[in-house]
Design a protein around this ligand. Structure first.
Ligand code: ADP
Length: 509
């Protein structure tokens, strides 16, 4: 009625001023691409201003349609159903105040976005609204901007999702204002902990300083900075690289990349280089040792054999026997040396075979005791001691015996008087372990050398006979037997070598 009446107020002079005002208002509204129309609820009729289509920039300028269904031919096919539903909902609602968006065809074939706002203004006797006044706004530029922003957001989201990295936005106080990442990215800290957190609560003081320094520089000179840093969390240390660039006002954007793989590769390379250098050094030490160690017994064997061969008749029976004994001792030493080297090379190339069987420690010790009794030494008592209770362990008995005999042979070598005592006992602290020991009252080993004596070719006294390989072979064997090797020693008092092996208690059958 309002619009119809206003438009028909041509003759009545009383309304001239009012009409002028109305036209003024509608022209102001038109300038903002806002057009009025009216809907009559009982008849379903729509009334438009003459300029409705022109104001809104619709294609069919000047067309007036009678009821709302006529309108649908101008609406975008996808929007007809949603508009129709929203319109009926608005009619059914109590207050009839509503707004609906719809796409229509513009006068140049382009899509234009319209937004209808409804307001009921005339009620019947029963108090029900009969007329609805509506104004339509052309919101195309706003909608285009919104859809442009949505497209940009979508594009950014896709870029972020495709990145192997993730992004932290820091403000100039080093607070993490936002975290951007692909949905399946797993961070070391939960995102809700990171968002809004003070960087100092995430990073160590050194890393925080590094970040703050670079953020400040970046904000000052506007240039990208690149830093690498470690991050310690419960299950270990991780390494990252951050590219820091200025971003929106006083913020910076840090593109963070996991460089753990690279750091570990670099570390592995350094370690491999160290090992190669160590192996090279060991090889030289080995060759130097070997040439010395082989030459000494070999010289003796060759020398005394020559003497016996060339001066056999001139030598007394006693001298001959003496030289033969020396040849025999040196041959034995040479054989042991070669055995050690072969053993070592087998261990190094992993060709050494370990055969695990259930073995009685008592009978193993008794065997060794018998063998040692056949080689007595004056001034040294060699004795074995073990508890009445036998201990059965699943192990390689031959290799274990080799270790114990190596300890005893060393004890023989470095003990002049006193005793050599060997045996086993269940560990007093851990009842699932057994300690096999060889104890002597020999020279002892200086405290500072005790760690190194298990290294290859290590000898406290280089002039003493031996290859320096025995204990390192023992250590490797014990490791294969899942045990531990250790030494306790005091200079001038003696040493105690211990092998600790796990064992399972046998229940009596
Ligand atoms: P080697 O064949 O030279 O004895 P090992 O590896 O068996 O080689 O021993 C390394 C070094 O450890 C020995 O040279 C010696 O200095 C020291 N050592 C080993 N056992 C004893 C011991 N029972 N008493 C004193 N020193 C020992």
């Amino acid at each position: 009625m309002v619009i119809e009446e206003m438009n028909s107020l041509t003759k009545d002079e009383d309304f001239d001023e009012l009409k002028n005002k109305y036209q003024e208002i509608t022209s102001v509204l038109a300038a903002h691409q806002i057009a009025l129309w009216e809907y009559d609820i009982p008849t379903g009729q729509c009334s438009f201003t003459d300029d409705y289509f022109r104001i809104l920039g619709l294609r069919e300028a000047g067309i007036v349609f009678e009821n709302i269904d006529d309108f649908y031919q101008y609406a975008h096919s996808e929007d007809i159903v949603p508009y129709r539903n929203a319109f009926s909902q608005m009619l059914e609602s109590e207050d009839k105040i509503s707004q609906i968006q719809v796409r229509c065809m513009g006068c140049h074939g382009e899509i234009i976005w319209l937004e209808d706002h409804f307001l009921s203004y005339q009620k019947n006797e029963a108090g029900h609204p009969e007329k609805i006044i509506a104004y339509t706004i052309n919101v195309t530029s706003q909608c285009e901007k919104e859809s442009h922003i949505r497209r940009l957001e979508e594009r950014n989201r896709k870029i972020i999702e495709a990145l192997p990295e993730f992004i932290f936005i820091f403000d100039n106080n080093f607070f993490i204002t936002d975290v951007l990442m692909a949905p399946d990215t797993v961070l070391l800290h939960p995102v809700d902990v990171l968002k809004g957190a003070d960087g100092r609560s995430i990073y160590s003081p050194e890393v925080s300083d590094l970040f703050i320094r670079n953020i400040n520089e970046c904000l000052k000179d506007g240039e990208m900075k690149e830093i690498e840093y470690p991050l310690d969390v419960e299950n270990g240390r991780y390494y990252f690289q951050a590219r820091i660039a200025p971003f929106e006002g006083n913020n910076v954007l840090a593109l963070i990349h996991d460089i753990g793989e690279r750091v570990h590769q670099a570390k592995a390379l350094i370690e491999a280089k160290r090992k190669a250098e160590e192996a090279d050094r060991m090889k030289s030490v080995f060759l130097a040792n070997m040439s010395h160690e082989i030459r000494t017994p070999l010289n003796a064997i060759v020398g005394f054999s020559d003497v016996i061969g060339s001066t056999y008749d001139e030598l007394s029976e006693e001298e001959r026997a003496d030289f033969v004994r020396l040849i025999s001792i040196n041959s034995e030493h040479l054989v042991r040396l070669i055995d050690d080297v072969l053993d070592l090379s087998k261990i190094e190339s992993n060709t050494i075979k370990f055969t695990f069987t259930d073995c009685s420690l008592q009978s193993l010790m008794m065997d060794i005791e018998k063998e040692q009794a056949m080689k007595p030494i004056s001034e040294i008592e060699i004795r074995a001691s073990f508890p009445n209770e036998d201990v059965y362990i699943n192990t390689d008995a031959t290799r274990l015996k080799q270790v114990v005999c190596n300890f005893i042979n060393n004890a023989r070598k470095f003990t002049e008087k006193g005793y050599i005592h060997f045996g086993y006992a269940v560990d007093p602290v851990n009842a699932d372990s057994v300690n096999i020991f060889v104890e002597d009252t020999g020279s002892g080993i200086p405290q500072e050398c005790q760690k190194e004596i298990f290294d290859r070719f290590y000898k406290v006294d280089t002039f003493k006979q031996g290859t320096g390989l025995g204990l390192s072979i023992c250590k490797t064997i014990v490791e294969h037997l899942q045990g531990d090797i250790s030494v306790e020693s005091e200079m001038g008092k003696g040493s105690r070598f211990i092998v600790t092996l796990p064992f399972e208690r046998r229940t009596e059958d």
